[in-house]
Design a protein around this ligand. Structure first.
Ligand code: GLP
Length: 241
């Protein structure tokens, strides 16, 4: 794993956006894996700015998101589909039909998982995956204990994850208890991975990622087995390291 140290959240967002823009501009066709949560918001803002100023086009880009809450439709303002439209897709020239996110309101969620995995394979897999990390080491919604062999699957969210994400809902009770997520094996199939880590509250996770053991009790540790991972971490996340 390679690590790039940056000053703060703003610089991380700028650097990650520049990296994505370069890929978008130089690839004939790009399968981009995207993440939600607070961490990539600044990156998406930078992509939008660049699209407005420099007309970077996303017409040949296909996106695949990591995860979605079970039980929320795409119109629900807490769904990750809504987040992606709002934070990025509505502001760039991407074809909405080329933006894939697992459906949290599918009538058959097991089938939805299988279909999503198949869709990724049929498209030839992800070229560049953007990742954030939970403070318990989760990636996507793969909580501690998830098998490294897992494909897209349904998960029960850890209480700490629901608490961390409750800031977006009116109450903790409203945070869904289940989600659908790309599995660890799905994520590991990406050709390249960019992991964004910002803020003091992520410093323990960063430290464990760099120095802890590779095992399923800390899902992100699997990334140490991937040949092409770059961590972009800011000073606050590195401080306690
Ligand atoms: C969420 C998402 C993850 C995200 C992580 C960190 O639960 N499912 O994809 O990377 O938790 O979120 P944040 O960036 O808000 O700290």
């Amino acid at each position: 794993m390679k690590m790039i140290e940056v000053k703060d959240y703003q610089e991380m967002s700028k650097r990650v956006a520049e990296y994505i823009i370069e890929k978008v501009r130089t690839s004939k066709k790009l399968n981009l894996g995207l993440a939600t949560g607070g961490t990539p918001v600044g990156t998406y803002t930078n992509l939008i700015e660049d699209h407005k100023q420099n007309y970077t086009s996303y017409q040949d880009v296909t996106t695949f998101n990591l995860d979605e809450y079970v039980g929320l439709s795409g119109d629900d303002s807490n769904s990750y589909r809504y987040y992606m439209n709002d934070q990025l897709f509505d502001h760039i020239d991407i074809h909405k039909s080329n933006t894939y996110i697992p459906r949290g309101d599918a009538s058959d969620m097991q089938k939805e998982c299988l279909d999503y995995e198949k869709l990724l394979t049929e498209h030839g897999g992800i070229d560049l995956q953007i990742l954030g990390i939970g403070s318990n080491g989760h990636i996507g919604f793969n909580e501690p204990g998830t098998s490294f062999d897992s494909n897209t699957h349904l998960v029960e969210l850890a209480p700490s994850t629901r608490e961390a994400n409750a800031r977006y809902f009116s109450s903790l009770e409203e945070v869904p208890t289940k989600a659908v997520t790309m599995g660890i094996a799905t994520i590991m199939k990406s050709k390249e991975i960019l992991l964004l880590i910002s803020g003091e509250n992520k410093s323990e996770a960063l430290s464990q990622l760099l120095h802890g053991e590779v095992n399923e009790s800390f899902p992100a540790s699997v990334l140490r087995n991937h040949p092409y991972v770059t961590i972009i971490a800011d000073k606050a996340a590195i401080a306690a390291e």
